[in-house]
Design a protein around this ligand. Structure first.
Ligand code: NAD
Ligand code: IPM
Ligand code: MN
Length: 365
């Protein structure tokens, strides 16, 4: 027997432990894995005084893949409000992304056929949507110099800087992904590079650099779109997009917006990948949902679909990944829905996390 693949599990805060536990049941059903659980985020601040310890970073480095729930919550927001020097749970997440060199965050947006009617957007707009947001994850305004000054009655600043190599590598990720997606499809690969080049110098360098990289991908159609326009186009004609490549902050915002094309933020998975040989990190796009934590009603499907991305991109287990995705689609087709997706239409049944998980497990049998 081949050695079991080692998965570091970082459940985190809020609904994190609930959706990760549900996902582990699903993973166990498709293959045996060795798990190692570690703390990150608010719970790590409580236990260890910091949102990410070196031991956890080392454990992640030594693993084959990392599965993450979510971090953050009002408890730690309040601690920072009391003491601005207190750590934030989110620093743990940013820290592990940076430490593992996870510069590319892939967020596929493809509504399950059963959920076409569940989006607040008109069905005829959603139909045919199948896009991928490639979000730069370790640069830009998230990692620039930031701080406060005393001038003008108190000032705060966050620098947004991008280097040519940073833009070059994420652009290549996007062009390569576009090529892969176009295999066997009726139309060619397309990349939309999103920036704010009419205002920001960092965006002008972004655009210039993407154009240079495009020279190596003459088969891929490239266009450039300003981010404000993109926010609008994403809801007016989502099916026209193929791959969207953009900087860290724009990708964060646009992917939450795009999540609603699938019916709920609770549906959107992601894969963060980086340097060759380093493990990837797989997590839902949504956060710790403190408003519903502990109620047993969180939608576990984004995390299960993130686990499927882990199997496909992180562990080269495409068949097992496909089994999970097929099972999720089948459960949605059967009408079982957590409250975030439930509309009360005929054929739908409202269910909690445990019932949805049981339904996915039953499909996997
Ligand atoms: P959120 O994504 O946690 O929640 C936004 C809304 O979506 C809430 O109404 C929530 O109930 C709902 N929602 C999210 N996931 C859901 C799911 N799986 N099932 C059902 N409903 C779901 O965003 P927020 O409220 O702005 O942030 C809460 C905390 O999470 C903050 O501390 C934030 O920093 C953190 N956060 C963490 C991550 C992460 O760990 N990757 C991502 C985003 C936000
Ligand atoms: C995400 C989250 C994080 C981000 C936060 C929690 C740091 O919103 O993964 O989308 O902004 O990257
Ligand atoms: Mn986000």
């Amino acid at each position: 027997m081949t050695e079991k693949r080692k998965i570091v599990v970082l459940a985190g805060d809020g609904i994190g432990p609930e959706i990760v536990a549900a996902t582990r049941e699903v993973l166990d059903r498709v293959a045996p894995f060795e798990y190692e659980e570690h703390l990150i985020g608010g719970i790590s601040i409580d236990e260890n005084g910091t949102a990410l310890t070196d031991a956890v970073t080392d454990a992640c480095r030594a693993s084959d893949a990392v599965l993450l729930g979510a971090v953050g919550g009002p408890k730690w927001d309040e601690a920072v409000a009391r003491d601005p020097k207190a750590q934030r749970p989110e620093q743990g997440l940013l820290g592990i992304r940076k430490a593992l060199g996870l510069y590319a965050n892939l967020r596929p947006v493809k509504p399950s056929p059963a959920l076409i009617g569940s989006s607040p957007l008109k069905m005829e707009r959603i139909e045919g949507t199948d896009l991928l947001v490639v979000r730069e994850l370790t640069g830009g305004i998230y990692f620039g110099e930031s701080g406060r000054r005393d001038d003008n009655g108190g000032t705060a600043y966050d620098e947004c800087a991008y280097s040519v190599p940073e833009i070059d590598r994420i652009a290549r990720t996007a062009f390569e992904a576009a090529r892969r997606r176009a295999i066997g499809r009726g139309y060619g690969p397309r990349v939309t590079s999103v920036d704010k080049a009419n205002v920001l110098e960092s965006s002008r360098l972004w655009r210039e650099t993407v154009k240079v990289v495009a020279g190596d991908y003459p088969d891929v159609e490239l266009d450039h779109m300003l981010v404000d326009n993109t926010a609008m186009q994403l809801v007016s004609r989502p099916a026209d997009f193929d791959v969207i490549v953009t900087e860290n902050l724009f990708g964060d915002i646009l992917s939450d917006e795009a999540a609603m094309l699938t019916g709920s933020l609770g549906m959107l998975p992601s894969a963060s990948i980086g340097l060759e040989g380093e493990p990837g990190l797989f997590e839902p796009v949504h956060g710790s949902a403190p408003d519903i934590a502990g109620q047993g009603i969180a939608n576990p499907l984004a995390t299960m679909l993130s686990a499927a991305m882990m199997l496909r991109y992180g562990l080269a287990m495409a068949d097992e990944a496909g089994r999970i995705e097929t099972a999720v689609d089948a459960v949605l087709a059967s009408g079982i829905r957590t409250p975030d997706l439930f509309s009360g239409s005929e054929g739908e049944t409202e269910a909690g996390t445990a019932e949805v998980t049981a339904a996915v497990l039953a499909e996997l049998n």
